[in-house]
Design a protein around this ligand. Sequence first.
Ligand SMILES: Cc1cc2nc3c(=O)[nH]c(=O)nc-3n(C[C@H](O)[C@H](O)[C@H](O)COP(=O)(O)O)c2cc1C
Length: 459
Amino acid sequence: MKIAVLNGSPKGEVSVTMQYVHFLERRFPDVEFKFFDVALKIKKLEKDDKAFGEVINGVAAADAVLWAFPLYFLVVCSQYKRFIELIFEKNAISAFRGKYAACLTTSINFFDHTAQNYINGVCDDLGMNFFGSYSAEMNDLLRTKERKRLKAFGELFVRAIKDGTPAIRNNAPLIMPQVVFDVQDIKPVDVEGKKVLLVADNLADNANLQKMVERLRQTFSPPAELIQLKDIDIKGGCLGCLQCGFDNVCVYEGKDGYINFYNNKVKTADILFMAGAIHDRYISSLWKCFFDRSFFNGHTPALQGKQVGFVIAGPFNQIANLREILKASIDMQHCNLVGFVSDDLGSSSEINAALQTMASNAALQGKVGYIQPPTFYQVAGTKLFRDAVFGRLRVVFQADHRYYKEHGMYNFPQKYYKWRMINGILGMLMKIPAFRREFFKRVKAEMIKPTANALKRTE
Ligand SMILES: Cc1cc2nc3c(=O)[nH]c(=O)nc-3n(C[C@H](O)[C@H](O)[C@H](O)COP(=O)(O)O)c2cc1C
């Protein structure tokens, strides 16, 4: 049996993820694992059809494909994303069709599920038999229990390939919107001096996107600034070198235009719109590159306080996973999400109305400085990063450590001495049945008691 391993780490062989695949390789000596460093070699694969053809021939000759990759900003890295785009662009789908597939990720378990959903969607679109996903925390290989679990996953995958077990499809095929968008009824929106920036990847890609962006731009008075990522000199994707973790200085600093663009344009905007078309089950790899390269800010909310909206062309409303990824990304940045407008939401006049509403909401919510409260994404994500940076990631992410200290983000619950005392005393008393009965009799009333004072306050 042959398994083609599509390595999605920009670090190539020197990758944490690849060690997990080597573990499987050792446990299953009868299986031939063929490795393809597609993320590392993306520039060559883009330009050199022969090199791309070799990967595709490797896939065609295999019984199954293992998509093995690290998490990058809730999905795959931009280089891997580009490889997936090339499969469709270069008509290589037939090599994948009907093949078994599995997904193996390493990460710190921050949105591993959305990355896996993405690959599942891509596999379904390629007509593959998607067996399932395995999420390894990056240190799992050091634990006996986790090695056993990974081995079991390998066994089940190999058995499914041998038995020809049919897969369950999780994603219905995408239906492209047919609407032709035409600009109507612009009502100028005054942002009272706030800076509005519209960032698109490449407007020449999609006629509806171009018109929606122009419509939104003209809705503001004065018109919003528009910048296309294709016009920014971006030399390449994030390399995963982690050097920025020390002092927020990226190895690309001074070598391309991304950091200047991010610091001087994106960070200084009050209202930010991101615009792009759907490519497979995400937006473009160029947009992914934008997100990945922002890693020089570490795990901090570098865009805090902005109003952010999205303009998307394509079947956005059919891809709940993408909505979750974008919503969570904005939540993690402590921004206010003013909306998603896509050209699959209805007729041209409905899209016009939605763009108008999004513009007015951004202006009004920006004016009052409204930022929606954090949801599960930010609450849980912040705790996850807090624990990781305080613990074993601190040496690498020293800039995050300083930021977390300065901003009171090391808010571990064991520091709440008052509550530790109350819990200790009440915990003991709750062991007494009569006290427990009385406690539950009064619990509802007691729960709203502390709010009584807050209700009297005027602020
Ligand atoms: C730019 C960048 C973005 C990352 N984003 C995520 C993420 O969204 N979620 C997560 O759990 N880990 C994230 N990580 C951590 C990596 O996924 C993790 O360290 C992985 O094991 C690295 O694997 P590799 O050595 O095979 O590249 C990120 C790392 C980098 C460098």
